[in-house]
Unconditional design. Sequence first.
Length: 94
Amino acid sequence: MNEALKTVARFSDPMSAEITAGMLNSNGIPAEVFGQTSSYPSINAAIDSIEVKVNADDYESAKKRNIMLLQIFYFTPYSIEAFYSQIEERMALI
């Protein structure tokens, strides 16, 4: 990643940032996490500075992919009875 970088997402917790970067990377879009200033989540949450960055050329496709991932995994509710099967179904979509 030596081109100009653009921020595709911001998070207050490192786990969400790493999940997003991992999903982008596994879908062929190189992504890196920047700004993990502390190993204490409460400090990172207070400054909200953890960013996922991609090459400028990949920005639009990364943004679309990130929105799709958020919709599939975060914004669509899960039922308690079938949680694990729903995760498997959603993983098959990406």
